[in-house]
Design a protein around this ligand. Structure first.
Ligand code: NZQ
Ligand code: ZN
Length: 384
């Protein structure tokens, strides 16, 4: 196992009815800005529930944070927050709203051009405190310190993280996920699945606990992902999925082990250039990525084949082939297509995707920092 430091200060309020406990987590007299997306929380009644829990506070609202949150929109929230002297942010929504709120939290006190936080890795020395009410289990943003922000004008989708950007708390009420459209349920399962593989399908590092946690989370997604689509109001299923998605990317399974993340980086360029949902990009890239890197990932692919898909017979190459195929079939079974062509993207689009990776410095990716632009091109070709 590699050396590591593990730190996660986010308080989790899990379960039905926990929105009522919000107020205790926010400093008295705070001026609170509720940030949210395109209106699902208005329709579902979650906004009303949050506002009623915040009745003792001065509350402002910033709606309109879009999926794949944009710098352009978020800067409007930064202006509002500065003008109204906001000192607590409350994100109510999915990963996009929470990520966007992390950027707002960092940008409010930032001196200079906040885009530099992403583009130039400018140092952040303070951030406004924030919490979240999660409505879509997928990204893990509710319990990590990372965010991914898009600048539409320049086709950049960039990630950043900072120790100041863990939510103070997150409310995880599984009943709030009953209203999710099937596409978002499936997206959440695929995103959490690939978060796990990015930290698990690398090379062995004698990390038994991380491996077995990762395997437990993968098996839960395979078991309960399809059930959530069949029985949208099954509380137990929603609760298990919600906690799985959080644990998939709150640091726990990623410490002490090599991390990959190349699938995510290739995926971000597909979102920014072609508008695919984040999880759709992962469903396209992962099977091709595992195929292209099957030699370097051989030991862990065999472990994955056996412990996740029960593949114990046949020669090693056949087991790896089958494990990749089963992964693809699982995504397809959730109605998330796994080929570029399924999204109307042809091979002619590939050179621009590779140029984007180059422009963003994604030239030595993966657990060995050896996955170069030609490898990326091959993966996109395999995914065609
Ligand atoms: O905008 P509203 O109207 O709220 O509708 C949203 C949105 O259209 C809807 N929705 C959310 N909760 C709902 C609901 N509809 C009905 N009922 C509910 N309970 O779902 C749609 C998608 O929401 P979004 O927040 O965009 O989805 P997701 O949670 O998948 O977040 C994706 C973003 O997170 C980033 C992605 O790149 C992408 O920008 N990621 C963040 C990570 C992190 N911070 O650690 C890691 C991930 O790898 C990922 O990159
Ligand atoms: Zn992801």
């Amino acid at each position: 196992m590699q050396n590591f430091t593990f730190y996660n200060p986010t308080r989790i309020l899990f379960g039905s009815g926990r929105i009522a406990d919000l107020a205790r987590e926010i400093p008295a007299k705070a001026r609170v800005l509720i940030t949210y997306g395109g209106g699902s929380i208005v329709k579902t009644g979650t906004l009303a529930e949050v506002k009623s829990a915040l009745s003792g506070f001065t509350v402002f609202e910033f709606p309109g944070i879009e999926p794949n949150p944009s710098y352009e929109t978020l800067m409007q929230a930064v202006e509002l927050a500065r003008r109204e002297r906001i000192d607590f942010l409350l994100a109510v929504g999915g990963g996009s709203v929470i990520d966007g709120t992390k950027f707002i939290a960092a940008a409010i006190p930032f001196v200079g051009e906040p885009w530099d936080i992403l583009a130039k890795r400018a140092k952040i020395s303070s951030a406004v405190a924030f919490g979240s009410v999660l409505t879509l289990p997928a990204t893990g943003s509710e319990m990590n310190n990372g965010a991914v922000i898009t600048r539409r004008a320049s086709n950049d989708k960039l990630a950043f993280s900072n120790a100041l950007l863990f939510p103070r708390f997150s409310v995880l009420d599984p009943t709030k996920t009953f209203t999710l459209p099937p596409r978002q349920v499936a997206n959440g399962v695929v995103d959490a699945f690939v978060h796990i593989t990015e930290q698990y399908l690398t090379y062995p590092s004698d990390a038994k606990v991380q491996d077995r946690f990762a395997e437990g989370l993968l098996l839960t997604l395979i078991e309960d992902g399809p059930k959530a689509l069949q029985e949208p109001e099954n509380y137990a299923v929603r609760a298990n999925l919600m906690w799985t998605a959080t644990l998939a990317l709150n640091g726990l399974i990623g410490v002490g082990v090599p991390n990959d993340w190349a699938t995510h980086m290739l995926g971000h360029e597909l979102t920014v250039m072609h508008g695919l949902d984040h999880a759709q990009t992962l469903a396209v890239v992962l099977p091709a990525m595992l195929q292209q890197r099957r030699a370097e990932k051989r030991d862990k692919l065999l472990q994955y084949a056996e412990r996740i898909w029960g593949l114990r017979t046949g020669d090693e190459n056949e087991r790896i082939d089958q494990a990749i195929e089963r992964t693809r079939q699982f995504f397809e079974s959730l109605a998330v297509p796994t080929r570029l062509a399924d999204y109307g993207i042809s091979r002619e689009a590939i050179p621009v995707l590779v140029e984007q990776l180059q422009r963003h410095g994604m030239v030595a990716l993966g657990e060995h920092a050896s996955f170069g632009l030609d490898d990326s091109r091959q993966v996109y070709e395999l995914a065609a």
